[in-house]
Ligand binder design. Structure first.
Ligand code: FE
Length: 135
């Protein structure tokens, strides 16, 4: 699928901080419990830190105990894309931003009802904004 936002690594480096670049464009993972949204209960919409696309609603965020912000569903099914990830000797499902391809984290099947899914995200991949002015 064609991306709405296409940039070179050099262009991303200009607008992202080193931690964001390593995770979002390099498929890295921030240390557990290090991210600013790990325990956040603030209401709002979590946007992609790279392109600003709306990704998750705070209403679907829950405390997973993992040290990473966790959600049981994306804002819209099309907001994110998933792909099998066989790195590090594990079989996981990678989650990326549909709009710009940013690495967001992984999704696991040990989440709460109603979906049973756990979208385990990196805080540096997200940017929480107020719902004011949004639908
Ligand atoms: Fe994005």
């Amino acid at each position: 699928m064609a991306r709405k936002v296409e940039k070179t690594d050099a262009e991303w480096k200009e607008i992202l901080n080193p931690a964001q670049f390593a995770v979002c464009r390099g498929k890295g993972t921030e240390p557990a419990f290090s991210g600013k949204y790990a325990h956040s209960k603030d209401p709002g919409i979590y946007q992609c830190s790279c392109c600003g696309a709306d990704l998750f609603d705070s209403d679907t965020k829950y405390e997973s105990g993992t040290g990473w912000p966790s959600f049981w569903q994306p804002l819209e099914a099309e907001s994110v894309e998933t792909e099998e990830d066989r790195s590090w000797g594990m079989v996981r499902t990678e989650v990326t931003c549909s709009s710009c391809g940013a690495h967001l984290g992984h999704v696991f099947e040990d989440g709460p009802e109603p979906t049973g899914l756990r979208y385990c995200m990196n805080s540096v991949s997200l940017n929480l904004v107020s719902k004011e002015g949004k639908d």
